[in-house]
Design a protein around this ligand. Structure first.
Ligand code: NAD
Length: 697
């Protein structure tokens, strides 16, 4: 059983008890229904208190039941809420900590609600592409007013109970309890036990002084903010029904709107991302019980683009950081950048002055490696050259204390080789942050062949502390994300050779849902970075076929925004990408040299060639065991590369199209003489999945 039942002085107490957050799974629902029946049958019971054990009142539906028939097994949540509403004795919800989704909907079926001041109240269904489906869109407007309810339902964000309880005219909370919640709830229940008729949200009306104008305003604003996602507008329509219809009809309308969302591709994508985020933290052979190393002090080497941002992550989490550079001017520059980043947050009202001061006080700087001797974790973000990495790791090996974790932020270099520069390869790990490192969610944790399990466990836990999505990658050139992006960029280059313009490619990808097309991304990150990588790779593994346009661009010194010109032109001090006649001429001249006559290329081909290039490389990465699971690859792309969230990541998207169709398109691309036919041979894993009628995810 997953709810407890007992009685105290004539009051029955039903306590949801389904860790971790009292999800309303089948067994829990049954136990509550049985509790209600017992309380009604017991003539000694005058009223009922419904509460939650542990860390929540209830977090809502039990996510372990998603996609299982158990989610709908009777008593389903709608039935349970009806049982509560129809109970012959008053039911008081005693709310604390977390009251979300189905948990809030259940409490709205109760006759009374009391809460602690700091409970987090939310209907977060929109975040997984749904609307609340158990009466939330009909009952919340009846107790909080249409505007407050709609804001909560469309955003999915939690609001503190005391904030809601302070709203004029609100009927969500009957009392905010100070001190012991259960004692307060029992006392409250005792006071109202004999009151008849019992109040019911069902009897309230939702109203608005100017409903048509308000709803039109809501449709316009929500529609504009939620391009690509149907759920937010569906929330507006469901709440609109609460204004027009009696409760029963409103509930039917809610269900009518809810059902098709359940099977929409956007809902599937959002759920994939939701579970992918949780799954990314789990490493098959590193159980959650793996001991962790102590982590109280951090060292960062290199105060350039990455080092400064990396340091900020730890300062934000309250960990002291020592920043090391080669020279005082470099150190001063790095420190000034960190300070100015914080000051701009201060100006935007995102940071308070005392917090800024506290964070800066945690930061110390040095030119001397000896200052890193007591650090528990040292991350290097020095130049991307193996010789420089070697000298840094040899010095670290000499000064770091035994057991200190030695991490590299390298984007492409061989982590095992770097580990080999030390006498303690088991302590070496990759922590590949993305730029800007204090903002981007993704952290690729690179597992070397010697990396110890407790090092991995420590770094994964640290990632949670600094609010990153950590994904484990094995060692290969570019790890998961950059290895895939190489194929994506290569296709973008071939498209230029064949007749497309940078702006056309970017627009097609942005319409597909990418935060930024490949050429705008190149201009932002710096085209010289890819140039240097291509040169290194040409030496290491022979020349891979590329469009030469990217090299020609760099030979013109057009590195991107930082040089005021790249694939696009930029007005001084502005970031707007203006198509460049010079670049178009350069591309056309190169095309002529290749003897290609340009053709019109449609958006669909652009999107498919770029995205399927990611998919085919991802299939190799999975098969080689570089990534542990398909959802890890999707999380890398959603959190590090601005991949369209409503598509769920490249592999979720490929699955939604059907892998048979994806492989068939690859075969068509292979026949294009200006493309790399060899690359387009479907990866063995992909071919196998097609043959077996299976999917990646
Ligand atoms: P950067 O040139 O901006 O900064 C490097 C800094 O390291 C410089 O300030 C330099 O003075 C310092 N440095 C060099 N050698 C040193 C040494 N021996 N001891 C101490 N300090 C030293 O470079 P960056 O863009 O910050 O890149 C750093 C690392 O991060 C590279 O390995 C790069 O591949 C990786 N990386 C970069 C990005 C990015 O977008 N820039 C993203 C992810 C990873």
């Amino acid at each position: 059983m997953t709810a407890r039942y007992d009685t105290r002085d004539g009051i029955a107490v039903i306590t949801l008890d389904n860790p971790p957050v009292n999800g309303l799974g089948y067994q829990t629902r049954r136990a509550v229904a049985e509790g209600l029946a017992s309380a009604q049958a017991d003539t000694g019971v005058r009223a009922i208190v419904l509460t939650g054990a542990g860390r929540a009142f209830s977090g809502g539906a039990d996510i372990r039941e998603f996609d299982s028939p158990l989610a709908l097994a009777e008593p389903n949540l709608l039935t349970l809420i009806k049982l509560v509403e129809a109970c012959s004795k008053p039911v008081v919800a005693a709310i604390h900590s977390v009251c979300m989704g189905g948990g809030l909907e259940l409490s709205l079926g109760c006759h009374y609600r009391v809460a602690t001041a700091a409970a987090a109240i939310a209907l977060p269904e929109v975040k997984i592409g749904l609307i609340p489906g158990a009466g939330g869109t009909q009952r919340l407007p009846r107790v909080l007013g249409v505007e407050t309810a709609l804001n909560m339902i469309v955003s999915g964000e939690p609001v503190r109970s005391e904030v809601l309880a302070a709203l004029p005219g609100q009927k969500l909370f009957d009392q905010i309890i100070e001190g012991d919640l259960l004692a307060g709830a029992l006392a409250f229940a005792g006071r109202v036990a004999e009151h008849r008729p019992m109040p019911s949200v069902r009897a309230l009306k939702a109203s608005h002084p100017n409903p048509d104008a308000y709803l039109q305003f809501a449709r316009n604003t929500v529609g504009a903010m939620s391009r690509n996602f149907p759920a937010p507008l569906a929330c507006v329509e469901a709440v609109a029904a609460s204004l027009k219809l009696p409760l029963e009809a409103g509930l039917a309308e809610e269900l009518r709107i809810f059902r098709p969302l359940m099977s929409s591709p956007e809902c599937k994508a959002l759920r994939h991302a939701f579970f992918g985020e949780r799954a990314a933290g789990k490493i098959p052979d590193v159980p959650e019980t793996t001991p962790q190393r102590p982590l109280a002090k951090v060292g960062v080497i290199g105060a350039g683009t990455m080092g400064g941002g990396i340091a900020m992550n730890f300062l934000n989490a309250g960990l002291p950081v020592t920043l090391l550079e080669m020279s005082q001017p470099a150190l001063d520059r790095g420190l000034a950048t960190i300070r100015s980043n914080y000051e701009s947050q201060l100006k935007r009202g995102k940071l308070k002055p005392d917090i800024l001061a506290a964070r800066m006080a945690l930061l110390s700087t040095t030119l001397d490696y000896a200052a890193l001797a007591d650090a528990d974790l040292i991350i290097e973000a020095v130049y991307e050259e193996i010789g420089v990495k070697q000298s840094v790791f040899e010095r670290l090996d000499a000064v770091a204390k035994p057991g200190a974790i030695l991490a590299s932020n390298t984007s492409t270099l061989d982590l095992d080789r770097i580990a080999g520069f030390t006498t303690r390869p088991q302590d070496v790990v990759g922590m590949h942050f993305f730029s800007p490192a204090n903002v981007m969610k993704l952290l690729e944790v690179v597992r070397g062949k010697a990396t110890a399990k407790d090092v991995l466990a420590t770094v994964m836990a640290l990632a949670r502390k600094i609010k990153k999505t950590a994904v484990v990658s094995g060692v290969c050139d570019g790890f998961i994300g950059n290895r895939m992006i190489e194929q994506y960029s290569r296709q973008a280059g071939f498209l230029l050779d064949e007749g497309a313009t940078p702006a056309q490619v970017d627009k097609a990808m942005e319409r597909f849902g990418m935060a930024m097309g490949p050429f705008r991304m190149g201009d932002l990150a710096g085209n010289d970075i890819g140039w240097a990588i291509r040169k290194r790779r040409a030496v290491e593994r022979g020349t891979l076929r590329y469009s030469k346009t990217a090299d020609l661009l760099c030979e013109l010194g057009r590195f991107g925004q930082k040089t005021g010109a790249g694939w696009y032109d930029y007005a001084a001090g502005k970031r707007d990408a203006i198509p460049s006649p010079l670049v178009e001429q350069m591309i056309a001249a190169h095309r002529q040299e290749l003897g290609i006559s340009p053709r019109r290329i449609g958006d669909e081909e652009i999107v498919q060639r770029l995205v399927f290039a990611l998919v085919n490389e991802a299939a190799h990465i999975l098969e080689e065991g570089i990534a542990n699971k398909a959802s890890d690859i999707d999380m890398v792309y959603l959190t590090g590369y601005g991949f369209a969230l409503h598509r769920g990541g490249p592999l979720c998207y490929a699955d939604s199209l059907g892998l048979y169709n994806v492989a068939a398109a690859m075969q068509r691309f292979a026949a294009n003489p200006h493309d790399d036919g060899e690359f387009w041979r479907p990866a063995p894993l992909l071919a196998r999945l097609v043959a077996e009628g299976k999917t990646f995810t």
